[in-house]
Design a protein around this ligand. Structure first.
Ligand SMILES: *[C@@H]1O[C@H](CO)[C@@H](O)[C@H](O)[C@H]1NC(C)=O
Ligand SMILES: *[C@@H]1O[C@H](CO)[C@@H](O)[C@H](O)[C@H]1NC(C)=O
Length: 160
């Protein structure tokens, strides 16, 4: 029911790499994440992962910007961009193979500044957002990041 089934547009190369792994279980894995340094993203190429995920689960840049700046997608009924998030979280190791979220890796992925303030509390925020019950992993990934972005915006972006 909630299987990501949007494998409409993908290249032959991408197809040959991943088809075998995702054929029967809707798994979005495109790379084997090395898990020996959870506190950084040095072990994965985030840009490459995003590009590859975007081949299968099309997402407009405006959707990512909206999530980052307002905390949510403009259209929350469209499942494909939510499955893009799952694909990225899965392949960066932010989502573990058991389907849980790793707050330390989340903090590594989303490290940065907002309104000129270094975000030093992402790991705690991520931990507060991580306990999720959604069965659909796409929804679960979206709601996790919605929770995190909303907390970030409240803490760092508002001048109060
Ligand atoms: C995804 O790919 C489309 C082109 O196929 C592009 O317009 C869009 O900006 C890409 N999204 C991201 C987040 O890079
Ligand atoms: C997210 O939004 C903040 C605040 O507008 C901005 O500083 C940051 O560059 C944005 N990050 C991304 C990845 O778009």
């Amino acid at each position: 029911m909630c299987k990501p089934m949007y494998y409409v547009v993908f290249s032959i190369v991408y197809l040959s790499i991943v088809l075998a792994q995702k054929a029967d279980n809707g798994n979005t894995k495109i790379a084997n994440v090395q898990r020996n340094d959870q506190g950084s993203m040095d072990d994965v190429d985030v840009e490459d992962i995003m590009n590859q995920c975007n081949e299968t689960f099309k997402i407009e840049m405006a959707y990512l910007q909206a999530l980052n700046e307002s905390g949510s997608f403009p259209d929350e009924t469209d499942k494909t961009p939510k499955c893009f998030l799952l694909c990225v979280l899965d392949n960066t190791g932010v989502m573990t193979k058991d389907g849980d979220f790793d707050p330390e890796r989340t903090a590594a992925l989303f490290a940065g500044e907002r309104a000129g303030k270094v975000m030093d509390g992402i790991q705690d925020m991520a931990a507060a957002c991580a306990d999720r019950k959604e069965k659909c992993k796409c929804e679960k990934s979206y709601n996790y990041l919605k929770c995190l972005m909303t907390m970030e915006i409240e803490k760092y972006a508002n001048n109060n």
